[in-house]
Design a protein around this ligand. Structure first.
Ligand SMILES: [Fe+2]
Ligand SMILES: [Fe+2]
Length: 269
């Protein structure tokens, strides 16, 4: 794969990323950056005016940012640029990613974890390596799908066979080149092998569980033909039990109806 032609993160996201690390960056300054991107501004206003945030009437970006919170705006900025990269052919993968983002958020909240928005963003981005494989090696991608179907193996194994690497490695590499923080790059790199995660194992475990649950729910399509087992280490890290899991499955199912509508709305842009 040619590293020089990897998609670049739009300037607006890079600016937001550097600003958010600085506690002193004011909402005003962030709003100015967001306002320079019309599509992003429109999405943020639409979200701020949606019923899930109450029936406020928000007409300025800075008020929307105060209402939604800086992290939600950042996640939305990232997801809308990822969506632009994914293009319409990858709609199954986009839905899978959106589903995993939402499920990660739900799990994080249910377990009362800190940084729920970051965990949701990690969920949204976890399969970003697949987007890159599809963009950069579209012929190989067809071989990968064929192998998955014919031999009934996981996409991860088929990727290793066809391109000698897999979407977790490609995703890790991309997140490094985009200077994403470890709390995002580790779940991207380790969501199929939670034991490999050293510094952000809880976040990685959440994304792993969300990925398995979304595959089981049949929402979207990640390219695997069957559902992988939940890893014991994820179960132990999050101190899950049968009851908690059953509740999560119900809550995720309910939320997916809303997500489907949101996904359709995003595609209509
Ligand atoms: Fe994956
Ligand atoms: Fe996935």
């Amino acid at each position: 794969m040619d590293t020089k032609t990897l998609p670049t993160l739009p300037g607006v996201i890079q600016k937001l990323n550097t600003l958010s690390d600085n506690e002193k960056s004011s909402v005003q300054e962030m709003s100015r950056i967001v306002s320079s991107d019309q599509v992003l501004s429109a999405r943020i206003l639409r979200l701020a005016n949606s019923p899930s945030y109450g029936f406020y009437r928000v007409s300025t970006i800075s008020n929307a940012m105060i209402l939604l919170g800086v992290n939600v705006v950042k996640s939305l900025a990232l997801s809308s640029s990822i969506f632009a990269i994914m293009e319409k052919e990858s709609v199954d993968l986009w839905e899978h990613s959106l589903g995993v983002g939402v499920a990660s958020n739900l799990i994080a909240r249910k377990l009362k974890l800190p940084e729920c928005e970051e965990i949701a963003t990690a969920g949204l981005l976890h399969d970003i390596g697949k987007v890159i494989i599809s963009l950069k090696c579209s012929e190989a991608e067809k071989d990968i799908h064929k192998l998955v179907r014919e031999r009934n193996i996981y996409a991860l194994e088929a990727e290793q066979e066809v391109i000698n690497t897999d979407h977790t490695e490609v995703g890790e590499w991309l997140s490094k080149s985009w200077f994403l923080p470890d709390k995002l790059s580790e779940p991207i790199a380790c969501h199929h092998d939670v034991a490999k995660s050293k510094n952000h194992r809880i976040k990685t475990a959440v994304v792993h569980v969300a990925d398995v649950l979304i595959k089981a729910s049949g929402f979207g399509n990640s390219g695997d033909s069957f559902v992988p087992p939940l890893q014991n280490i994820a179960w132990d890290t999050l101190k899950l039990d049968e009851q908690l899991l059953a509740e999560l499955v119900d809550e995720i199912e309910d939320k997916l109806v809303e997500v489907k509508n949101f996904s359709l709305e995003m595609m209509s842009d």
